[in-house]
Design a protein around this ligand. Structure first.
Ligand code: ADP
Ligand code: MG
Length: 228
């Protein structure tokens, strides 16, 4: 697929996040900073409970930091009102989750179109793009299937296609291969990276998979709230 490679820029400065605990606050992130541009890919690794998902939630603007700022293409999403933020998230950020979050009653095609539907009616261009993405993830003959009729790896392929629909600046993946057998995980990792490279989007993926982590440009470890 021919994509125009727009310039993408993510700047994360001194993020901090705590949750209230039973006795004292639980500090999950401290002074987390990074800067990434077009085509960059970073694996975030770290033990369970180290704050990886919390960091992705904040980068995905689904949660607010206590301190620090996030800038995506020069815009601080946390300064937007709720409606503008929802629109911004939809246009600039693609999500791939471990358990795919596909809507069971919608077909593969409809699931891939969900990010467009939430902004209103889908355009012919978007439907064409959805078809192309479904082909590019190897599901050309499955447009009308429901998620329940697909294997785990195929569902993850649909989730990857959906994450790319709006040509996002940032793709956030939380253990995208976590539920897959090793062979399928490798195939899906390659596919995700190939499509991310083709699109020029910035990819940040939390992963326990050595295959995926080593295929990405950078690796950062979250430990004691700090990104190393
Ligand atoms: P990871 O994805 O690295 O396993 P998480 O980001 O999910 O870690 O969680 C980091 C820590 O923050 C954990 O101790 C978790 O229990 C806690 N935590 C996450 N979300 C919340 C929340 N909404 N309220 C309270 N504690 C939370
Ligand atoms: Mg997690």
């Amino acid at each position: 697929m021919n994509e125009s490679k727009a310039a993408h820029h993510l700047v994360v400065s001194n993020l901090a996040k705590s949750f209230s605990g039973s006795t004292q606050p639980l500090t999950v992130l401290q002074n987390v900073s990074m800067e990434l541009t077009t085509g960059d890919s970073v694996a975030i690794v770290g033990p369970s409970g180290s704050g990886k998902s919390t960091l992705l939630q904040i980068l995905g603007t689904l949660d607010h930091p206590d301190k620090g700022t996030v800038s995506i293409n020069g815009i601080n999403p946390f300064e937007l009102n709720e409606n503008a933020l929802a629109k911004f998230r939809n246009q600039h950020i693609g999500f791939v989750f471990q358990d795919h979050h596909l809507l069971p009653q919608l077909s593969v095609l409809e699931n891939v179109l969900v990010p467009a539907l939430s902004l209103g009616k889908t355009s012919t261009d978007q439907v064409t793009r959805a078809h192309e993405l479904i082909e590019s993830v190897g599901l050309a003959d499955r447009h009308e299937h429901l998620p329940g009729e697909l294997s785990g790896g195929e569902r993850e392929r649909v989730a990857i296609a959906r994450s790319l629909l709006m040509s996002p600046s940032l793709i956030l993946a939380d253990e995208p291969t976590g539920n897959l057998d090793r062979g399928t995980a490798e195939t899906i990792s390659e596919l995700l990276l190939e499509l991310q490279q083709a699109s020029g989007a910035i990819l940040i993926a939390v992963t326990h998979s050595e295959a995926l982590a080593s295929a990405m440009q950078q690796r950062k470890e979250l430990l004691d709230g700090q990104l190393l």
